[in-house]
Design a protein around this ligand. Structure first.
Ligand SMILES: NC(=O)c1ccc[n+]([C@@H]2O[C@H](COP(=O)([O-])OP(=O)(O)OC[C@H]3O[C@@H](n4cnc5c(N)ncnc54)[C@H](O)[C@@H]3O)[C@@H](O)[C@H]2O)c1
Length: 369
Protein backbone atom coordinates (compact mmCIF):
# COMPACT_ATOMS: atom_id res chain seq x y z
CA UNK A 1 0.00 0.00 0.00
CA UNK A 2 1.42 3.41 -0.92
CA UNK A 3 1.27 6.47 1.31
CA UNK A 4 -1.45 7.91 -0.95
CA UNK A 5 -3.48 4.70 -0.62
CA UNK A 6 -3.31 5.11 3.17
CA UNK A 7 -4.64 8.62 2.86
CA UNK A 8 -7.46 7.44 0.62
CA UNK A 9 -8.31 4.54 2.89
CA UNK A 10 -8.46 6.89 5.88
CA UNK A 11 -10.46 9.52 3.95
CA UNK A 12 -14.07 8.33 4.45
CA UNK A 13 -13.53 8.34 8.23
CA UNK A 14 -12.70 12.02 8.28
CA UNK A 15 -15.86 13.26 9.94
CA UNK A 16 -16.21 16.32 12.14
CA UNK A 17 -14.70 15.96 15.60
CA UNK A 18 -15.77 18.90 17.72
CA UNK A 19 -14.57 19.07 21.30
CA UNK A 20 -18.00 18.54 22.82
CA UNK A 21 -17.39 14.96 23.92
CA UNK A 22 -19.83 13.75 21.26
CA UNK A 23 -18.37 10.89 19.22
CA UNK A 24 -19.42 11.18 15.59
CA UNK A 25 -20.15 7.96 13.69
CA UNK A 26 -16.96 6.61 12.08
CA UNK A 27 -14.65 8.32 14.51
CA UNK A 28 -11.98 6.38 16.35
CA UNK A 29 -12.40 6.61 20.11
CA UNK A 30 -8.92 6.81 21.62
CA UNK A 31 -7.73 6.40 25.18
CA UNK A 32 -4.18 7.64 25.74
CA UNK A 33 -2.16 6.14 28.59
CA UNK A 34 0.89 8.26 29.47
CA UNK A 35 0.59 12.03 29.29
CA UNK A 36 4.30 12.87 29.42
CA UNK A 37 6.76 14.06 26.79
CA UNK A 38 5.86 11.56 24.07
CA UNK A 39 2.14 11.78 24.74
CA UNK A 40 2.27 15.40 23.58
CA UNK A 41 3.26 14.32 20.04
CA UNK A 42 0.27 11.95 20.01
CA UNK A 43 -2.00 14.68 21.35
CA UNK A 44 -0.85 17.15 18.71
CA UNK A 45 -1.71 14.58 16.00
CA UNK A 46 -5.15 13.95 17.56
CA UNK A 47 -5.90 17.67 17.51
CA UNK A 48 -5.20 17.72 13.75
CA UNK A 49 -7.25 14.62 12.90
CA UNK A 50 -11.01 14.93 12.54
CA UNK A 51 -11.34 11.17 12.53
CA UNK A 52 -10.17 10.99 16.16
CA UNK A 53 -12.10 11.57 19.35
CA UNK A 54 -10.00 11.34 22.52
CA UNK A 55 -12.43 9.82 24.99
CA UNK A 56 -10.08 8.94 27.85
CA UNK A 57 -6.72 9.80 29.40
CA UNK A 58 -4.65 8.00 32.00
CA UNK A 59 -1.57 9.10 33.91
CA UNK A 60 -0.35 8.75 37.49
CA UNK A 61 0.04 12.52 37.51
CA UNK A 62 -3.35 14.24 37.69
CA UNK A 63 -1.92 17.64 36.72
CA UNK A 64 -0.56 16.19 33.47
CA UNK A 65 -3.96 14.72 32.63
CA UNK A 66 -5.62 18.06 33.39
CA UNK A 67 -3.21 19.89 31.09
CA UNK A 68 -3.93 17.45 28.24
CA UNK A 69 -7.66 17.52 28.87
CA UNK A 70 -7.81 21.30 28.75
CA UNK A 71 -6.43 21.09 25.18
CA UNK A 72 -9.29 18.68 24.40
CA UNK A 73 -11.92 21.04 25.79
CA UNK A 74 -12.28 18.87 28.90
CA UNK A 75 -14.08 16.10 26.99
CA UNK A 76 -11.97 13.09 28.07
CA UNK A 77 -12.61 10.87 31.09
CA UNK A 78 -9.52 10.81 33.33
CA UNK A 79 -8.21 7.68 35.03
CA UNK A 80 -5.32 7.41 37.45
CA UNK A 81 -5.59 3.61 37.03
CA UNK A 82 -4.82 2.62 33.41
CA UNK A 83 -6.85 -0.60 33.79
CA UNK A 84 -10.00 1.50 34.15
CA UNK A 85 -9.22 3.25 30.86
CA UNK A 86 -8.89 -0.10 29.11
CA UNK A 87 -12.25 -1.22 30.53
CA UNK A 88 -13.97 1.98 29.33
CA UNK A 89 -16.54 1.02 26.64
CA UNK A 90 -16.08 4.43 25.10
CA UNK A 91 -12.50 3.51 24.12
CA UNK A 92 -11.83 1.32 21.09
CA UNK A 93 -8.18 2.22 20.47
CA UNK A 94 -5.63 2.34 23.29
CA UNK A 95 -2.47 4.40 22.75
CA UNK A 96 0.35 3.63 25.18
CA UNK A 97 3.13 6.19 25.82
CA UNK A 98 4.61 5.20 29.17
CA UNK A 99 8.09 3.96 30.22
CA UNK A 100 9.18 0.82 28.40
CA UNK A 101 8.88 -1.72 31.24
CA UNK A 102 5.12 -1.11 31.35
CA UNK A 103 4.54 -1.85 27.64
CA UNK A 104 3.85 -5.63 27.77
CA UNK A 105 1.29 -5.65 30.59
CA UNK A 106 -0.63 -2.68 29.20
CA UNK A 107 -0.55 -3.84 25.57
CA UNK A 108 -1.59 -7.41 26.40
CA UNK A 109 -4.39 -6.26 28.72
CA UNK A 110 -5.72 -3.90 26.03
CA UNK A 111 -5.58 -6.55 23.27
CA UNK A 112 -7.36 -9.06 25.53
CA UNK A 113 -10.05 -6.44 26.16
CA UNK A 114 -10.65 -6.28 22.40
CA UNK A 115 -8.98 -2.91 21.78
CA UNK A 116 -6.67 -1.95 18.92
CA UNK A 117 -3.30 -0.82 20.26
CA UNK A 118 -0.81 1.84 19.22
CA UNK A 119 2.15 1.08 21.48
CA UNK A 120 5.16 3.39 21.69
CA UNK A 121 8.55 2.00 20.77
CA UNK A 122 10.36 -0.10 21.85
CA UNK A 123 7.91 -2.98 21.82
CA UNK A 124 9.28 -4.48 25.08
CA UNK A 125 12.42 -4.54 27.21
CA UNK A 126 13.17 -8.20 26.37
CA UNK A 127 12.81 -10.51 23.38
CA UNK A 128 10.51 -13.07 25.14
CA UNK A 129 8.18 -10.26 26.25
CA UNK A 130 8.13 -8.83 22.73
CA UNK A 131 7.18 -12.26 21.35
CA UNK A 132 4.37 -12.51 23.92
CA UNK A 133 2.90 -9.22 22.75
CA UNK A 134 3.18 -10.36 19.12
CA UNK A 135 1.41 -13.65 19.91
CA UNK A 136 -1.34 -11.87 21.81
CA UNK A 137 -1.92 -9.48 18.90
CA UNK A 138 -2.18 -12.39 16.47
CA UNK A 139 -4.65 -14.19 18.75
CA UNK A 140 -6.78 -11.09 19.33
CA UNK A 141 -7.42 -10.24 15.68
CA UNK A 142 -6.91 -6.59 16.66
CA UNK A 143 -4.36 -4.29 15.05
CA UNK A 144 -1.14 -3.59 16.93
CA UNK A 145 1.22 -0.88 15.70
CA UNK A 146 4.50 0.17 17.31
CA UNK A 147 5.27 3.90 17.29
CA UNK A 148 8.34 4.00 15.09
CA UNK A 149 7.17 7.10 13.25
CA UNK A 150 10.49 7.82 11.52
CA UNK A 151 9.19 5.70 8.63
CA UNK A 152 6.85 8.63 7.88
CA UNK A 153 9.53 11.33 7.80
CA UNK A 154 10.66 12.77 4.51
CA UNK A 155 14.30 11.64 4.75
CA UNK A 156 13.64 8.05 5.78
CA UNK A 157 10.93 7.75 3.12
CA UNK A 158 13.26 9.14 0.45
CA UNK A 159 16.16 6.87 1.50
CA UNK A 160 13.85 3.84 1.41
CA UNK A 161 12.64 4.82 -2.06
CA UNK A 162 16.20 5.34 -3.34
CA UNK A 163 17.52 2.04 -2.01
CA UNK A 164 14.43 0.10 -3.14
CA UNK A 165 14.66 1.64 -6.63
CA UNK A 166 18.20 0.26 -6.99
CA UNK A 167 19.97 3.59 -7.36
CA UNK A 168 23.00 2.24 -5.43
CA UNK A 169 22.62 -1.30 -6.78
CA UNK A 170 22.69 -4.18 -4.34
CA UNK A 171 22.85 -3.00 -0.71
CA UNK A 172 26.05 -4.16 0.99
CA UNK A 173 26.95 -1.97 3.98
CA UNK A 174 25.35 0.59 6.30
CA UNK A 175 27.26 2.77 8.74
CA UNK A 176 25.38 4.96 11.25
CA UNK A 177 26.92 7.14 13.98
CA UNK A 178 24.58 8.99 16.34
CA UNK A 179 25.27 11.63 18.98
CA UNK A 180 23.18 13.43 21.57
CA UNK A 181 23.35 14.91 25.06
CA UNK A 182 21.86 13.56 28.27
CA UNK A 183 18.18 12.70 28.69
CA UNK A 184 15.79 15.43 29.76
CA UNK A 185 15.67 15.91 33.55
CA UNK A 186 11.88 16.18 33.17
CA UNK A 187 11.57 12.44 32.56
CA UNK A 188 9.32 10.55 34.96
CA UNK A 189 11.16 9.04 37.97
CA UNK A 190 11.09 5.30 38.45
CA UNK A 191 11.69 3.58 41.80
CA UNK A 192 13.54 0.26 41.65
CA UNK A 193 11.50 -2.07 43.89
CA UNK A 194 14.61 -4.09 44.84
CA UNK A 195 17.04 -1.30 45.75
CA UNK A 196 14.61 1.57 46.46
CA UNK A 197 16.68 3.80 44.16
CA UNK A 198 14.60 6.49 42.43
CA UNK A 199 15.83 8.16 39.23
CA UNK A 200 14.83 9.23 35.73
CA UNK A 201 13.45 6.01 34.19
CA UNK A 202 15.82 6.28 31.20
CA UNK A 203 18.83 5.88 33.55
CA UNK A 204 17.51 2.60 34.94
CA UNK A 205 17.88 -0.74 33.14
CA UNK A 206 14.77 -2.29 34.68
CA UNK A 207 12.59 0.54 33.37
CA UNK A 208 14.25 1.18 29.99
CA UNK A 209 15.92 -2.08 28.93
CA UNK A 210 18.89 -0.34 27.36
CA UNK A 211 19.86 2.89 25.63
CA UNK A 212 19.89 0.98 22.35
CA UNK A 213 16.22 0.06 22.87
CA UNK A 214 15.27 3.54 23.97
CA UNK A 215 17.32 5.63 21.54
CA UNK A 216 18.85 3.56 18.72
CA UNK A 217 15.75 1.53 17.85
CA UNK A 218 14.63 4.22 15.36
CA UNK A 219 17.89 3.85 13.40
CA UNK A 220 17.63 0.06 13.70
CA UNK A 221 14.12 0.19 12.30
CA UNK A 222 15.37 2.14 9.28
CA UNK A 223 18.17 -0.39 8.72
CA UNK A 224 15.83 -3.39 9.08
CA UNK A 225 13.46 -1.90 6.49
CA UNK A 226 16.36 -1.32 4.09
CA UNK A 227 18.09 -4.67 4.59
CA UNK A 228 14.96 -6.90 4.75
CA UNK A 229 16.82 -9.84 6.27
CA UNK A 230 17.14 -11.30 9.80
CA UNK A 231 20.10 -10.65 12.10
CA UNK A 232 22.77 -13.32 11.76
CA UNK A 233 25.58 -12.18 14.07
CA UNK A 234 26.46 -9.33 16.42
CA UNK A 235 29.53 -8.20 18.35
CA UNK A 236 29.48 -5.06 20.45
CA UNK A 237 31.22 -2.99 23.04
CA UNK A 238 29.74 -0.29 25.24
CA UNK A 239 29.68 1.17 28.73
CA UNK A 240 28.64 4.00 30.99
CA UNK A 241 31.71 6.19 30.88
CA UNK A 242 30.41 9.75 31.30
CA UNK A 243 27.19 9.79 33.36
CA UNK A 244 28.27 7.77 36.36
CA UNK A 245 24.75 7.72 37.88
CA UNK A 246 23.24 5.99 34.82
CA UNK A 247 22.85 2.23 34.59
CA UNK A 248 22.13 2.48 30.88
CA UNK A 249 25.08 2.86 28.49
CA UNK A 250 26.20 6.27 27.22
CA UNK A 251 28.57 4.91 24.57
CA UNK A 252 28.18 1.95 22.24
CA UNK A 253 29.69 0.36 19.16
CA UNK A 254 28.09 -2.60 17.42
CA UNK A 255 28.84 -4.68 14.32
CA UNK A 256 25.87 -6.56 12.93
CA UNK A 257 25.75 -9.01 10.01
CA UNK A 258 22.45 -9.96 8.38
CA UNK A 259 21.61 -13.31 6.81
CA UNK A 260 21.66 -11.83 3.30
CA UNK A 261 25.26 -10.68 3.80
CA UNK A 262 24.63 -6.97 4.44
CA UNK A 263 26.91 -5.53 7.14
CA UNK A 264 25.88 -2.79 9.58
CA UNK A 265 28.23 -0.81 11.77
CA UNK A 266 26.61 1.36 14.44
CA UNK A 267 27.73 3.70 17.20
CA UNK A 268 26.29 6.25 19.58
CA UNK A 269 27.75 8.71 22.06
CA UNK A 270 25.40 10.37 24.55
CA UNK A 271 27.79 13.07 25.72
CA UNK A 272 28.34 14.98 22.51
CA UNK A 273 25.34 17.30 22.35
CA UNK A 274 24.80 18.98 18.99
CA UNK A 275 27.21 16.82 16.99
CA UNK A 276 25.59 15.81 13.70
CA UNK A 277 25.09 12.12 13.17
CA UNK A 278 26.20 10.47 9.94
CA UNK A 279 24.56 7.80 7.83
CA UNK A 280 26.34 6.07 4.93
CA UNK A 281 24.52 3.44 2.84
CA UNK A 282 26.69 1.57 0.38
CA UNK A 283 25.59 -0.58 -2.55
CA UNK A 284 27.61 -2.28 -5.27
CA UNK A 285 26.92 0.65 -7.63
CA UNK A 286 26.95 3.69 -5.39
CA UNK A 287 26.68 5.27 -1.96
CA UNK A 288 24.02 7.43 -0.31
CA UNK A 289 25.11 9.58 2.61
CA UNK A 290 23.91 12.41 4.81
CA UNK A 291 24.75 14.21 7.97
CA UNK A 292 22.02 16.64 9.04
CA UNK A 293 21.49 18.10 5.59
CA UNK A 294 20.53 16.82 2.19
CA UNK A 295 21.06 13.30 0.93
CA UNK A 296 24.06 12.95 -1.41
CA UNK A 297 24.82 10.23 -3.92
CA UNK A 298 28.30 9.06 -4.89
CA UNK A 299 28.14 6.97 -8.05
CA UNK A 300 29.55 6.58 -11.53
CA UNK A 301 32.84 8.14 -10.42
CA UNK A 302 31.11 11.39 -9.29
CA UNK A 303 30.89 12.51 -5.68
CA UNK A 304 28.15 14.44 -3.91
CA UNK A 305 25.48 14.21 -6.63
CA UNK A 306 21.84 15.07 -6.07
CA UNK A 307 19.93 11.76 -5.93
CA UNK A 308 16.76 11.11 -7.95
CA UNK A 309 13.83 13.22 -6.81
CA UNK A 310 11.64 12.21 -3.90
CA UNK A 311 8.13 11.32 -5.10
CA UNK A 312 4.79 10.32 -3.58
CA UNK A 313 5.47 11.81 -0.16
CA UNK A 314 2.86 13.84 1.71
CA UNK A 315 4.64 16.30 3.99
CA UNK A 316 2.58 16.02 7.14
CA UNK A 317 3.40 15.42 10.82
CA UNK A 318 4.81 11.89 11.06
CA UNK A 319 2.41 10.92 13.87
CA UNK A 320 -0.59 11.97 11.75
CA UNK A 321 0.60 9.71 8.95
CA UNK A 322 1.31 6.94 11.44
CA UNK A 323 -2.24 7.06 12.81
CA UNK A 324 -3.77 7.23 9.31
CA UNK A 325 -1.91 4.10 8.28
CA UNK A 326 -2.89 2.39 11.56
CA UNK A 327 -6.57 3.24 10.99
CA UNK A 328 -6.35 2.02 7.39
CA UNK A 329 -5.03 -1.30 8.73
CA UNK A 330 -7.97 -1.46 11.17
CA UNK A 331 -10.46 -0.65 8.40
CA UNK A 332 -8.88 -3.19 6.04
CA UNK A 333 -8.49 -5.76 8.81
CA UNK A 334 -4.84 -6.09 7.88
CA UNK A 335 -1.49 -5.60 9.55
CA UNK A 336 -0.03 -2.18 10.18
CA UNK A 337 3.24 -1.39 8.41
CA UNK A 338 4.56 -0.82 11.95
CA UNK A 339 3.63 -4.33 13.02
CA UNK A 340 5.15 -6.43 15.81
CA UNK A 341 7.37 -8.30 13.33
CA UNK A 342 9.11 -5.10 12.24
CA UNK A 343 9.32 -3.87 15.83
CA UNK A 344 10.90 -7.14 16.96
CA UNK A 345 13.47 -7.26 14.14
CA UNK A 346 14.42 -3.67 15.01
CA UNK A 347 14.57 -4.31 18.77
CA UNK A 348 16.51 -7.55 18.14
CA UNK A 349 19.60 -5.50 17.25
CA UNK A 350 19.30 -3.76 20.65
CA UNK A 351 18.76 -7.08 22.47
CA UNK A 352 21.81 -8.51 20.63
CA UNK A 353 24.03 -5.53 21.54
CA UNK A 354 22.94 -5.87 25.18
CA UNK A 355 23.81 -9.60 25.24
CA UNK A 356 27.08 -9.14 23.32
CA UNK A 357 28.21 -6.34 25.63
CA UNK A 358 27.09 -7.77 28.96
CA UNK A 359 28.14 -11.36 28.23
CA UNK A 360 31.25 -10.43 26.21
CA UNK A 361 30.45 -12.84 23.39
CA UNK A 362 29.28 -13.17 19.81
CA UNK A 363 25.48 -13.22 19.56
CA UNK A 364 23.90 -15.06 16.62
CA UNK A 365 20.44 -15.66 15.20
CA UNK A 366 20.32 -18.86 17.29
CA UNK A 367 20.04 -16.67 20.41
CA UNK A 368 16.57 -15.74 19.10
CA UNK A 369 15.41 -19.23 18.09
N1 LIG B 1 8.52 7.47 19.05
C1 LIG B 1 9.35 8.38 19.54
O1 LIG B 1 10.03 9.14 18.85
C2 LIG B 1 9.48 8.49 21.04
C3 LIG B 1 10.08 9.62 21.62
C4 LIG B 1 10.14 9.70 23.01
C5 LIG B 1 9.64 8.66 23.79
N2 LIG B 1 9.09 7.57 23.21
C6 LIG B 1 8.55 6.47 24.01
O2 LIG B 1 7.38 6.92 24.68
C7 LIG B 1 7.28 6.32 25.95
C8 LIG B 1 7.14 7.41 27.01
O3 LIG B 1 8.25 8.27 26.98
P1 LIG B 1 8.14 9.79 27.48
O4 LIG B 1 9.26 10.53 26.84
O5 LIG B 1 6.77 10.30 27.28
O6 LIG B 1 8.43 9.64 29.05
P2 LIG B 1 8.07 10.71 30.18
O7 LIG B 1 8.94 10.40 31.33
O8 LIG B 1 8.10 12.10 29.62
O9 LIG B 1 6.54 10.40 30.52
C9 LIG B 1 6.10 9.16 31.00
C10 LIG B 1 4.68 9.36 31.52
O10 LIG B 1 4.18 8.07 31.89
C11 LIG B 1 3.43 8.26 33.09
N3 LIG B 1 3.32 7.00 33.79
C12 LIG B 1 4.28 6.29 34.43
N4 LIG B 1 3.77 5.17 34.97
C13 LIG B 1 2.44 5.15 34.64
C14 LIG B 1 1.38 4.26 34.93
N5 LIG B 1 1.56 3.14 35.65
N6 LIG B 1 0.14 4.58 34.47
C15 LIG B 1 -0.07 5.70 33.76
N7 LIG B 1 0.92 6.60 33.47
C16 LIG B 1 2.15 6.31 33.91
C17 LIG B 1 4.22 9.31 33.87
O11 LIG B 1 3.45 9.93 34.87
C18 LIG B 1 4.61 10.27 32.74
O12 LIG B 1 3.62 11.26 32.54
C19 LIG B 1 8.53 5.44 26.11
O13 LIG B 1 8.21 4.12 25.75
C20 LIG B 1 9.50 6.02 25.10
O14 LIG B 1 10.41 5.06 24.60
C21 LIG B 1 8.99 7.47 21.86
Amino acid sequence: MTRRDWMTAAGPMALSQGLSGQVAEGQRKIGLIGNGNRGTAHLSAYLKMKEIQVTALSDLDGARMDAYNSKLGGSATKYIDWRELIKDRNVDVVAIAVPNYLHPEMAITALRAGKHVLLEKPIAISYPLARRIQAEAAKSGKVLAIGMQRRYTSRDHHIQQLVDSGVIGKLQYVNIAEYRGDWSPKGWHYTDPASGRKANWRFMKKATGSTELEFSVHAFSQVVQLVKSPLARCVASGATVHYKDHETRDICQGLIDFENGVRFSYSFCLFSQGTPGTTVIVGDQGTLRYTEGEILLDSGGRKGRKPPEHTGFVDEQAEVQMYREFFAAIAGKGESALNAGLAIESAKIAYAIEMATEQNRVVTGRDFA
